[in-house]
Design a protein around this ligand. Structure first.
Ligand SMILES: Cc1cc2nc3c(=O)[nH]c(=O)nc-3n(C[C@H](O)[C@H](O)[C@H](O)COP(=O)(O)OP(=O)(O)OC[C@H]3O[C@@H](n4cnc5c(N)ncnc54)[C@H](O)[C@@H]3O)c2cc1C
Length: 350
């Protein structure tokens, strides 16, 4: 029997962040991941502490932001891969009213570091922005594919990755241990993203799948090296290729691409990009969201050794590093989780 401190199920940004916590504290673990592409793989990788619809700070941004920036810098160094590329976001103004709202917002203490008080004009003829842009500072592009490939390789080099589907029905729970096949651990940390709905220990009502689709376009005349935010994001991928989107489809766990999403994205992107482009791909993934837009951390009384780290919604990259610290302190140091994030709150949900 192999003895470890933890078994982690699922290797997206939640699983990676928790592995990093365990390594930091010298704990042993194995990761079981089926290699399917989850939300992290399908995401846009935008690292943004603001809400650009309403010009507000994202929930808890001032706490999440510094921990996450430090985390991705350290991880890039450790993996010898630059997975965190500092890139500004330019938000296209739709009206004079929006410009005024931006100015007011940029003066608020929680946004001062993030919303530049100066507007910029468009010098790119391929971008329709007659009222110019507001620039978001401190933002970055996380390269999800690079991150996942290099982290998997890293775990393989440590011989702690089991590339297989986790079988929930064969877990054996003992008083202070959980046994899975030939592995005995103190606890299992479930980080399966929206696929957690297949986990029989997880209450299905706690998570809402929110499907998002992107188009991949090739636009040699666009020449964009920033994250552009019009009615959708345009995300540079290099080689004149861009990810554009994403759509939002609530209560949708399917991962096939759709014509409806394609049409929606094309109409929106053509409203602010006026150069020709070729459609070269389309992707779909499912965001693990919750009805109160807060994460789900911790365990239920009946199964204290089965721990959940989920509900990262549409801001997984910003939140996961600090949430992994909070969860680690809960499981190792018995420090309670804030009620707002504690998974036990879902017991009261209808
Ligand atoms: C279209 C789209 C765009 C997004 N854009 C952004 C963005 O720009 N910025 C941002 O911060 N966030 C974005 N998000 C949200 C972000 O992707 C999520 O918040 C985050 O990736 C969730 O990570 P996770 O680790 O919880 O889940 P996942 O990334 O889904 O990882 C779970 C892993 O567990 C595996 N797994 C599940 N069940 C099992 C099992 N039984 N056995 C073995 N393995 C299993 C899965 O295959 C997967 O590899 C976006 C999401 C989508 C869908």
């Amino acid at each position: 029997m192999k003895k470890v401190d933890y078994i982690i199920v699922g290797l997206g940004i939640a699983g990676i962040s928790f592995c990093e916590q365990l390594q930091k504290h010298g704990k042993s673990f194995v990761v079981i991941d089926n290699g399917e592409e989850g939300s992290t793989a399908k995401s846009g990788g935008v690292f943004n502490p603001t809400v650009l619809k309403r010009f507000t700070a994202a929930w808890n941004a001032s706490a999440f932001f510094p921990v996450a920036v430090d985390f991705y810098h350290r991880l890039s160094e450790k993996l010898q891969e630059n997975i965190f590329v500092k890139t500004p976001i330019l938000r296209i103004f739709k009206s004079i009213e929006e410009q005024n709202n931006w100015t007011v917002a940029s003066d608020k203490w929680e946004l001062q570091d993030f919303l530049s008080s100066k507007f910029s004009k468009s010098t790119n003829v391929a971008v329709e922005a007659p009222l110019g842009f507001g620039e978001v500072l401190g933002t970055a592009q996380i390269l999800p594919e690079k991150l996942l490939i290099s982290y998997r390789n890293y775990l393989k080099s440590l011989k702690v990755l089991l590339p297989e589907e986790f079988q929930y029905e064969i877990i054996q729970q003992k008083e202070n241990t959980v046994v899975y096949k030939n592995i005995s651990a103190k606890k299992i940390i479930f980080t399966e993203g929206s696929k957690v709905i297949d986990n029989p220990f997880f209450p299905k009502k706690a998570i809402i799948g929110n499907k998002g689709e992107y188009l991949i376009i090739k636009a040699p005349l666009l020449k964009l090296d920033v994250l552009l935010k019009g009615s959708m994001y345009v995300i540079p991928l290099g080689n004149d290729e861009y990810k554009v989107g994403a759509t939002y489809s609530r209560d949708d766990y399917s991962i096939h691409i759709t014509e409806i999403a394609k049409e929606e994205i094309l109409v929106k992107v053509k409203s602010f990009i006026n150069c020709p482009f070729e459609l070269i791909g389309q992707t779909a993934g499912v965001r693990p969201t919750t009805k109160d837009h807060r994460p789900l951390l911790g365990s239920f009384e009946e199964n204290p050794n089965l721990i959940f780290f989920n509900g990262l919604g549409s801001r997984g990259f910003l939140m996961a590093p600090l949430l992994s610290e909070i969860l680690y302190n809960y499981v190792e140091n018995d420090i309670s989780i804030d009620k707002e994030m504690d998974i036990k709150r879902v017991i009261r949900w209808k």
